[in-house]
Design a protein around this ligand. Sequence first.
Ligand code: A3P
Length: 321
Amino acid sequence: MESSSSSSSSTFQIDARLPKEISWGTIEFLQWEGFWYAKPHLAAVMAARSHFKARDEDVILASSMKTGSTWLKAIIPCIINSKTSAAGDGNGDNIDEEEDYDPFVEHHPNDLMPALETQIFRQDPNADLSGMPSPRLLRTHMPYSILPESIKDSACKIVYITRDPKDVFVSLWHFLNTRISCPLHEAFESFCNGVHPFGPFHDHVLGYWKESLKRPEKILFLKYEELKSDPTGQVRKLASFLGRPLVQVDEVDKLVWKCSFERLKNLEINRTGVDPHLGFTYKSYFRVGLVGDWKNHLSAEMRKHLDKITQTKLEGSGLSH
Ligand code: A3P
């Protein structure tokens, strides 16, 4: 494929001919290889794609924005650091003797799974992650087609989460409106046209969905709604997928509580902190945490319009929302 960028040792030059849109108020978006990126993210996406080298032991959390990934940024480290998972000490005898893994009093979940593009390669386009101990827990909003080849080719695991696009849109609108000002109807039109960070949403979802059907051992495809309705079942499934099956009922319950919306939202750090990389308040990552909040924001006409797009886009894919 023809390159739209040229790299030097430290920076990527964005091709000035890339399609451009000003949207969501004043955000400048550029379209590259079929997806839209806020301008400051694109060079970092290109750098991550070129420079990141995955290891077999890595765990990559992939998602479109506002699908509930913060929940998994908490759950995945808890599973990996669980004392009783099969890859831990195996027997769980000492669960009450050792101090429990609970980093959340001091850390927002963002700290536990750093973002490849919006954090690591945005700060340093030549970032070298070779010194980071395994298993490295990382996250990305990059579409499947754009992922670094080493992520696709290595044995590293990808966990993908998606959500009803109506709730995604409402969540995204609230989140971005903590920093910008854009009327709901204007943002809705942009979302429906696929112009939003890492959009179009449906193409993002379909890329990972199709690959997860081909390689279920490589990509676990989760839905926010299922995580809400059966957190213990979904956490067990995720733990088994990561090769760390959780053996103790109590521990699964405790993990689900530790990572619960109610708990995380009310921790001091998340009430008062600010993400040092993107400038969003930590509390903006914990808004209402509900399925179906779109009903409080979208008109019947908007619902019908977005549902129609979803139906058309997902038709024949075996995926429903
Ligand atoms: P709402 O805006 O609908 O409340 P992301 O984490 O991908 O940025 O998505 C953010 C959405 O996930 C927000 O949705 C947020 O409230 C919700 N969320 C964050 N942590 C959660 C948790 N522990 N449990 C359930 N939902 C959570």
